[in-house]
Structures are given as structure tokens and as C-alpha cells.
Ligand binder design. Structure first.
Ligand code: PLP
Length: 294
């Protein structure tokens, strides 16, 4: 058993089948493994997924691989072979301890400058302790995303909606939130619509109805939000995708940031003003999100 696993993956054509073990090579995370000319490092030109591994189970592998394929399509990268990635995730999972929380990161790069082939790798690391954010919530600031909600259709080259390796601006937003004394951020489009957090989806409850911004091309469709909505709908609660103006978020009964490894965290303040956090419901969300989910 190991707490950290790194596997280099030689990407197979999308239609290849069979056993992919020969396309994996385990390396020590401290060893040189990726070429300096790799465009992932040089330009952030690639896509990725972060998958939670909880008590021996990789969560929501199907939805994560579907989103990886969508990101690859938007970026005009070769279609990932889902069976190969499933086997890579299983191979990594088999090396991890059977208890505890880990983050498995799947990376697909355009490859070394001037080709010929994409490069890929997968890593697993222990997750940071999420107890405080799950039980106490987070204070957020709203930050201007800098573009209108319909930008994805007008400017597809911005690759909005793809989970690309270029997360420098997302990280800058979190630093800005810290500078303003908060823990995290909620992006708002230049025309006033709530979008997502830099590493999370936004869900609010208003009049007992759960809502999240419509998965337009401008935001990532979160696997955690999808799973939670399926769960809530199965319990008879009403869930909806729709445009949400900032004023609606500010007037909501409760709101959450949700993502794969952190899971659900209640928003406790927005722009320095206390916000009604429902910590009991948050605990219920996290109890569900920690169960094995496919
Ligand atoms: N939106 C952005 C920009 C993200 O980076 C993430 C996750 O990292 C999410 C939403 C939530 O996605 P998921 O629930 O699949 O982790």
C-alpha cells in the first residue's frame, strides 16, 4: 500500500479495447517523468479531472470520464479511451489504502511540442483534511468573471466549459478572496449572473427548491452537483437548473460550494455580510457524498 501513486499512461486510440496494463508505467513522484517540452508544463495545454477516492472507492468515475471527453473535444485533443482510463484509475486505486480520502488526478496533455503524440499521467495523493470546511462552512466574496454569461458561444476559443490545465486565473481568484479576508470566491458574470466557484459549483436553496446555474458552455458541469441533485430528486425534493442573478443568491435561504474532494461546504458569509448557513443540511449532504457513488 502506498499513499502516493503516479502512473504514466500511453494514451490509446479511443476505439482500442482489451487489457491496457502494458500502456501504464508506475514511476516515483519524485523521479523525472515528464519532458520539459511537454505543452502541459509550457502552456497549460491539456485537460484534467480530479476524482475523489473514499475508503477504497473511486467516486463518479463515469461522469468524470464523460467530462474529460467533453474537455478533450472542446480543446481538439484526441478522444480519451474511457476503458483505458477506467483501468488506470482501478490500477491506482488498488495501490491505495482501503480507508481514508485521496484525490486522483487524471491529466491529458497535448504532448511534447511538435508531437507526435499526446501524453498522459495519473496521480493519487492523500486529500487535505476537509473537516473544518465541511462542518463550519466558508466565507466567500463575489468576483467579476470579466465576461458575460453567453461568452462561450461567442468566443469558443476561450475554452470555457473545458477543465483545462490553465488554472492560474482560478488560483488568482482564490488569492484575491484571501486578500479580502474570505476563504473562497463565487464568480459572477459581467451581466450579473452567478456562475461557479474557482474550483466548485454553486447550489442555493430558495423556497425549499434547490437551484444551480444552467450548465451553459461558460461553466463546468460539476459531477458533485449532478450527484447531489440526483440524490435530492430521489428524496422527492425539487431541483432546477436556471439562470441565477446575484441578488437571488444574496436572498437565498442557504447556499453551498460543492466539489469532488472538498464535497459540500456551506456559505457562511458573502462579501463580508453574514449569510444563513444550514450546517445540518450540509452534514446530510456530506454523509451522502461520502457513500460509494458511481
Ligand atoms: N467548477 C470548477 C471551475 C471546478 O474547478 C470544479 C472542480 O474542480 C467544479 C466546478 C466542480 O466539479 P466537480 O464537482 O466535478 O469536482
Amino acid at each position: 500500500m502506498s499513499e502516493t501513486v503516479t502512473l504514466l499512461v500511453d494514451p490509446a486510440p479511443a476505439d482500442a479495447s482489451g487489457d491496457f496494463a502494458a500502456t501504464f508505467r508506475e514511476v516515483d513522484a519524485t523521479e523525472p517523468a515528464v519532458r520539459v517540452g511537454d505543452l502541459a508544463g509550457q502552456r497549460g495545454d491539456g485537460v484534467f479531472e480530479t476524482i475523489a477516492f473514499v475508503d477504497g472507492h473511486a467516486q463518479e468515475v463515469g461522469p468524470h470520464l464523460a467530462r474529460l471527453a467533453n474537455s478533450a473535444r472542446i480543446c481538439e485533443l484526441p478522444e480519451p479511451n474511457a476503458a483505458q482510463w477506467r483501468q488506470a484509475i482501478e490500477t491506482v486505486g488498488a495501490k491505495l489504502p482501503a480507508t481514508g480520502e485521496f484525490g486522483i488526478k487524471v491529466i491529458l496533455s497535448r504532448g511534447v511540442d511538435r508531437g507526435p503524440a499526446p501524453t498522459a499521467w495519473i496521480t493519487a495523493n492523500p486529500a487535505a483534511d476537509q473537516t473544518a470546511v465541511r462542518t463550519q462552512g466558508v466565507e466567500v466574496v463575489t468576483l467579476d468573471r470579466g465576461y458575460a454569461r453567453d461568452t462561450a458561444e461567442r468566443a469558443p476559443w476561450l475554452l470555457l466549459g473545458a477543465k483545462t490545465l490553465s488554472y492560474a486565473t482560478n488560483m488568482a481568484a482564490i488569492r484575491e478572496a484571501h486578500r479580502r479576508g474570505a476563504d473562497d470566491a463565487v464568480f459572477v458574470s459581467s451581466d450579473g449572473f452567478v456562475m461557479e466557484g474557482p474550483t466548485s459549483s454553486v447550489i442555493l436553496r430558495s423556497g425549499g427548491v434547490y437551484a444551480t446555474p444552467s450548465p451553459s458552455g461558460a461553466i463546468l458541469h460539476g459531477t458533485t452537483q449532478l450527484s447531489l441533485f440526483d440524490h435530492l430528486a430521489a428524496e422527492g425534493r425539487t431541483v432546477e437548473y436556471r439562470d441565477i442573478r446575484l441578488e437571488e443568491l444574496l436572498a437565498a435561504e442557504a447556499a453551498w460550494l460543492v466539489s469532488s474532494v472538498r464535497l459540500a461546504t456551506a456559505i457562511t458569509a458573502i462579501d463580508g455580510v453574514a449569510f444563513p448557513a444550514d450546517l445540518a443540511e450540509t452534514a446530510g449532504f456530506n454523509a451522502y457524498l461520502l457513500t460509494p457513488r458511481d
